[in-house]
Design a protein around this ligand. Structure first.
Ligand SMILES: [Zn+2]
Length: 133
């Protein structure tokens, strides 16, 4: 039976995630300062989240900022890093969200914010690639 990550290992991944998060936030700061007025589209051209918030004049700056963040690739990465840190806090880190199995340390070392084990990730990718995008 597979066992979970030790406290020391969890600490290691937490530090790794926090380091990535810090570097990303720095990058986002820079991006935001230089491109806040530019048209925001990600690789798929999806601006729905952002334009929705732009249309809502009552939305405060924080909400608009969140929408902006989420509309960018970096924003989504930040979201995943935050989620992983949350999972460390709640004790579910290192487990596959799909099947509940432990994610291999090899995989966590490569992708510390991984939320799926290799098997489920491959199935997920297959599902995505069969879509018409
Ligand atoms: Zn799985």
């Amino acid at each position: 039976m597979a066992k979970g990550l030790s406290k020391a290992k969890l600490g290691k991944y937490r530090r790794l995630l926090e380091k990535k998060r810090k570097a990303l936030l720095k990058e986002l700061d820079y991006l935001e300062g230089s491109s806040m007025n530019a048209t925001i589209t990600d690789s798929t051209g999806d601006i729905s989240a952002y334009s929705y918030h732009m249309a809502d004049q009552g939305t405060d700056a924080m909400e608009r900022e969140k929408a902006f963040l989420f509309a960018s690739r970096e924003g989504r990465f930040l979201y995943h890093l935050n989620q992983a840190l949350d999972r460390i806090g709640s004790g579910t880190y290192g487990r596959c969200e799909e099947c509940g199995e432990f994610i291999s340390e090899e995989r966590l070392n490569a992708v510390p914010h991984a939320r799926l084990c290799i098997a489920c990730k491959m199935k997920d990718d297959e599902r995505k690639s069969t879509k018409t995008t």
